[in-house]
Write a protein that binds this ligand. Structure first.
Ligand code: SAH
Ligand code: SF4
Ligand code: F3S
Length: 458
């Protein structure tokens, strides 16, 4: 069968889609472009209204493409969990809906529906344990996802948990992904070991709130810090990252790990959401700005070079000009290397829907623009500071712009910054993916760096 997967949302969705593609390929299906596909899987995101609306527009676009008997659409991910049966009722070309835990059964369901054209299915039950996924470990078609694992050569994501128990007032994730369920540390460590054996050099541990890993197991398994130390010990693993961290749960041992573990990347995404105590309280974040700034201080003491990034929401219900100024102020104090910032978006069923007064679209828009403008200059300044520095880059793919007389590759340093590297006299592009190279930074751009190669890649 020829199929395609369209992915929206966070890294967890990207990783879920990668897994699904591998699982279907190992069952003999072929991943193709949308124009050639018979079966379309949409992996959806519901975190704000915009990505949810996108699902309906994609479904409209796909309807005329399902022209042969047996062609159909499967909707997975967070909007699938949220809307469920509604997709079957409204869209005749949708025959499978699978939610967050349902994905483990999606490969078998896709095969079943491809055989039985009358059938339609919804896999939306939440399970009480983290569902281990079968199949999808090996990819026969190595051209598609080099070098067989993950979409970026040399790098892989590993799920360590599913769901979230925090119920931040604005957030739909606890409803779409269900309660927190940590995966067993044994399964995680085994997966990491086999990835490293297969040539993976960088692993990113994934979860909505990795710092509370293990809490649902009530002490019967490792804590997140213990897990990090165990994974760090895997011979040959050169880089470890993890995302996302909730500031309220970051343990002192995890902060310490940044100073102690040689392969733990000096970079942390630590969503602050707002700099105002008043708003943080209404959001239910369970830390205040003093505590947040203390964590930042501790992190910088443990690891002076740590690159911090964040998520910010403007226009949360009741946000005043003074509240917003506090957000601008925390940006100045932390000097995030980059940030994702959003206008608050009402989501069905979350606590903030009922909170008043709502901030007008105009005010939210102008706050967002001001915040993003400031971030742009902080990003630029922090990148400028890195000129002349030597760093090791893990190469990902050819750069968008190619120079003459050689090739340019894009990769990341340990801090997660994008660096483009020029390889004079090189012509064979494919050999560089997943390699490391030492560079000296010669120029800073708005969002990336340019490095000159020092020595040969390995
Ligand atoms: N688990 C992660 C975040 C997942 S959602 C964490 O706790 O940090 C990713 C980001 O989307 C959030 O950090 C938040 O900044 C943003 N977000 C979530 N719900 C939102 C909403 N209703 N409106 C605007 N932004 C939202
Ligand atoms: Fe959403 Fe908060 Fe959970 Fe993050 S911690 S997923 S923002 S409820
Ligand atoms: Fe979106 Fe679901 Fe991820 S709502 S951000 S895809 S957890």
């Amino acid at each position: 069968m020829k199929f395609t997967v369209l992915t929206f949302g966070c890294q967890m969705n990207v990783h879920d889609s990668d897994w699904l593609i591998r699982a279907m390929e190992s069952r003999g299906w072929t991943a193709v472009d949308e124009s050639e596909a018979n079966i379309f899987v949409i992996n959806t995101c519901s975190v704000r209204d915009k990505p949810e609306q996108k699902v309906y527009s994609v479904l409209g676009r796909l309807a005329p493409l399902c022209k042969n008997t047996g062609d159909f659409v499967a909707v997975g991910g967070c909007v699938a969990q949220q809307i469920g049966d509604g997709f079957l009722e409204k869209f005749p070309h949708v025959r499978l809906v699978f939610g967050s835990d349902g994905i483990a059964q999606a490969p078998a369901a896709l095969e079943d529906l491809a055989q039985n054209h009358e059938k339609r299915l919804v896999l939306n039950d939440f399970l009480s344990e983290y569902p281990e996924r079968e199949g999808g470990e090996v990819l026969p078609n190595t051209d598609l996802l080099p070098p067989g694992i993950g979409t970026i050569p040399g790098q892989a994501f590993v799920n360590i948990m599913q769901g979230c128990d925090n119920f931040c007032a604005y957030c739909i994730v606890p409803y779409t992904r269900g309660r927190q369920k940590s995966r067993s540390s044994e399964a995680i460590i085994n997966e990491c070991k086999s990835l490293v054996k297969a040539g993976i050099r960088e692993i990113t541990l994934l979860g909505q709130n990795v710092n509370s890993f293990g809490i649902d197991k009530k002490g019967k398994d490792l804590s997140f810090a213990e897990l990090l130390y165990k994974i760090s010990d895997i011979n040959g693993l050169e880089r470890i990252r993890f995302t996302t961290s909730h500031p309220k749960d970051i343990a002192p041992e995890v902060v310490r790990a940044f100073g102690e573990l040689h392969n733990l990347c000096p970079s942390l995404h630590l969503p602050v959401q707002s700099g105002s105590d008043n708003i943080l309280k209404k959001m239910g974040r369970k830390y205040d700005r003093t505590r947040y700034l203390q964590i930042v201080d501790d992190l910088r003491k443990a690891c002076p070079d740590i690159a911090l990034t964040t998520d910010l929401i403007v226009g949360f219900p009741g946000e005043t000009d003074e509240d917003f100024e506090q957000t601008m102020d925390i940006m100045e104090r932390v000097r995030y290397e980059s940030s994702f910032s959003f206008k608050y978006s009402d989501r069905p069923g979350v606590a903030a829907v009922k909170m008043q007064p709502k901030v007008s679209e105009d005010v939210a828009q102008s706050r967002l623009a001001r915040l993003q403008e400031r971030q742009k200059s902080i990003t630029r300044e922090s990148l400028d500071d890195l000129v002349e520095r030597e760093m090791v880059i893990l190469l990902e793919r050819p750069s968008r712009r190619q120079p003459s007389g050689g090739i340019s590759w894009r990769g990341k340093d340990m801090g997660g910054r994008v660096v483009n590297v020029y390889f004079a006299g090189y012509t064979d592009e494919k050999t560089l993916g997943g390699k490391m190279v030492k560079v000296k930074i010669i120029e800073a751009k708005n969002h990336s760096l340019i490095g000159a190669k020092v020595g040969e890649p390995w």
